[in-house]
Design a protein around this ligand. Structure first.
Ligand code: PLP
Ligand code: COI
Length: 359
């Protein structure tokens, strides 16, 4: 593994300041003292791996990322278990997805050991920032930008890989179920597009429909497939699952237009081990509304690193809405899966999958 040079900040956050910041950190607003940086240039490859004080970047205004959006990112969390140990959950899956996103965006691929090494080295320096509150964790945001100074449209020959760390609580304010807006105007990703890649552009295009969701009092936007505008794809920043009356859990299949959620995959495998029937099949939005009204679908939830498992209370669309239960309380299958997943992630339950890495 490449050696990381380490430069510690001359002005570290004091323990008291840190404690105050971590009382109720809003998602993505508070950052640790350091960041990991690795550079790439054609010819030299990946080099200059460093842990440095968190600081603004200096990039040329003609840097390609500012014009053509070659940017990809990941999201994963470091957890502090009851015994004080720090764990990561399936970080190698994030490394693999990051490499897949790089290939789709025609960017330089970062070797898995560098991805994981950067996270481990950053955690060594900033380990005090991993919260011990069981409702919190340290969100890690690895990302990469193209950084060639050139205005022609082509694959860049320089890249910058960075990892930021941010102590977080829940992604949504409040603890209740979220209302979700079904966008019938906008789509997120078409077949052959970048839907499966975790690239900034997917999120840029989700912001207008997300605003539409907010205007309708909803926390997230649900996208339908771009071809028929019939089938459920996923939400702006998380995958979606439904619980049927018979206790089975169903989620849209992976087909190239939705993100291969690591939480999604983990829930499917964990659910099966818990004896639940986990189904991947296309779900037409009209069928979901009908089934929910008839009581055949009894629960719905969002899943993702930031979202963990967040119950969905209601879906709204132009023609009406449908609620699950009282629209506020999480259903029993949702809570059972959530508790099992969180216990596993924090190293509080035996891990039969080899997913949990102690750092
Ligand atoms: N879908 C989208 C669009 C996302 O942004 C995320 C979050 O990362 C997910 C799904 C869930 O993926 P994961 O469980 O790997 O965090
Ligand atoms: C994550 O869950 O890591 C994401 O990238 C989604 C975003 C809503 C924060």
């Amino acid at each position: 593994m490449a050696e990381f040079s380490i430069e510690r900040t001359a002005t570290p956050t004091s323990a008291e300041q840190r404690q105050a910041l971590m009382v109720d950190p809003k998602f993505g607003r508070v950052f640790t003292d350091h960041m990991a940086v690795i550079r790439y240039t054609d010819g030299k490859g990946w080099h200059d791996a460093r842990i440095i004080p968190r600081q603004p970047l200096q990039i040329d205004p003609a840097s390609t990322v500012l014009h053509y959006g070659q940017e990809i990112f990941e999201g994963l969390k470091a957890y502090r278990g009851k015994g004080g140990g720090v764990t990561l959950f399936r970080p190698e899956a994030n490394a693999a997805r990051f490499a897949a996103s790089a290939r789709r965006l025609s960017m330089a691929e970062l070797p898995e050991e560098l991805f994981l090494g950067a996270i481990r080295e950053l955690l060594k320096v900033d380990h005090d920032w991993v919260p011990s509150n069981p409702e919190q964790s340290l969100y890690l945001r690895p990302f990469m930008i193209s950084n060639e100074v050139f205005l022609g449209v082509k694959r860049a020959n320089e890249y910058l890989f960075i990892v930021l760390a941010s102590p977080v609580g829940g992604y949504f304010s409040g603890n209740g179920s979220i209302p979700v807006w079904v966008s019938e105007t906008y789509t997120r990703a078409a077949p052959g597009g970048t839907g499966e890649a975790k690239c900034g552009g997917n999120y840029a295009s989700s912001l207008l429909p997300q605003q539409e969701a907010t205007d309708h009092g909803c926390s997230q936007v649900l996208f339908l497939d771009a071809k028929e505008r019939r089938y459920i794809d996923e939400m702006g920043g998380m995958n979606v699952m439904f619980v049927r009356k018979d206790g089975s859990v169903v989620t849209p299949p992976l087909g190239g237009t939705i993100l291969r959620g690591i939480t999604r995959d983990s829930i499917i495998k964990l659910g099966r081990r818990m004896g639940l029937t986990m189904v991947e099949e296309p779900l037409a939005i009209d069928d979901v509304f009908r089934a929910a009204e008839a009581g055949e679908i009894t629960e719905a939830f969002a899943c993702g690193t930031a979202a963990v498992i967040s119950p969905i209370g209601e879906f709204r669309r132009e023609s009406g809405s449908v609620a699950f239960g009282d629209g506020k309380t999480a259903g029993p299958v949702t809570m059972k899966l959530r508790n099992a997943l969180c216990a596993l992630q924090r190293g509080e339950e035996a891990d039969p999958f080899g997913w949990v890495h102690t750092v």
